[in-house]
Design a protein around this ligand. Structure first.
Ligand code: ZN
Ligand code: ZN
Length: 256
């Protein structure tokens, strides 16, 4: 594995470890390009911030730390500043604009909720048979893919739909079709593997074999061990081999 663009830090309140520790861990396993993709800070109408994001008051510290480490480590590893974000129709543009103003080199989409924060939040990983939620999830992911500013989609298969499989297939194919048309890679998420989550799920990747899409591997590190997770690799490769998926060995970053 020579790249990883899915990395969090202590700054998002549900991860541990400093940027420097993650960088050293990445170097340990031979990573050449390391992207930090913290949950993007955002102040929602009414002044509300959600606690799983980096607090707005800390964003400058995040940016400065990474930019300094980028220079310090330049002979050992390439460090990239980015954010992970959701697609909420009413806030997307502002979120992207903020990321731009902070000098983000890339954005990844992680559609953690189908609702729009902060008023309505439904975790995508919660088991549900609700078709409207499934459709809402897919619609948002597809819109993000078509926006042209997303470098890749993290855990596209995180939505935990346990209803009719035909409806699931029909909806998920919309994500795959958009990814194919817009040349946006889809991630096999290593956190899901090492944590035994509902993703990556073969019911999604099985569909992917019918599309000309690219796969990226993302560690989704929330601690230092996660930043050097090579144990999840065999499972990730197993999925790719089984469904004939091509994994990118270099990722083209899209500057938002
Ligand atoms: Zn996270
Ligand atoms: Zn993440």
């Amino acid at each position: 594995m020579n790249y990883n663009f899915h990395t969090h830090t202590f700054r998002c309140n549900h991860a541990t470890g400093t940027e420097r520790e993650y960088i050293d861990a990445a170097i340990n396993i031979g990573i050449k390009d390391l992207g930090f993709s913290e949950h993007i800070p955002f102040i929602f109408p009414g002044g509300k911030e959600n606690s799983y994001r980096v607090p707005m008051v800390e964003v400058n510290d995040y940016i400065n730390t990474i930019n300094n480490l980028k220079v310090e480590y330049k002979d050992k590893i390439n460090i990239h500043l980015g954010f992970e974000m959701e697609y909420y129709p009413e806030h997307f543009e502002q979120m992207v604009e903020n990321a731009r103003s902070w000098g983000a080199e890339f954005l990844i989409l992680g559609q953690h909720s189908v609702g729009s924060e902060p008023d309505f939040f439904f975790w995508s990983t919660e088991e549900t048979e609700n078709v409207e939620y499934l459709k809402g999830y897919v619609e948002r992911v597809v819109s993000a893919i078509k926006s042209g500013v997303i470098t890749y989609v993290a855990h596209p298969d995180m939505f935990n739909f346990v209803g009719d499989i035909d409806i699931y297939n029909e909806e998920m194919r919309k994500i795959l079709k958009a990814a194919e048309e817009c040349r946006v890679p889809l991630e096999i998420n290593f956190l899901g593997i090492r944590d035994n989550r509902n993703y990556p799920t073969e019911k999604f990747w099985k569909l992917a074999q019918d599309f000309d899409i690219s796969v990226v591997f993302g560690l989704d590190a929330h601690d230092v061990d996660g930043a050097q997770d090579t144990q999840s690799m065999p499972r990730a490769l197993e999925i790719c081999n089984k469904y004939n998926l091509k994994v990118l060995d270099k990722l083209q970053l899209i500057k938002p």
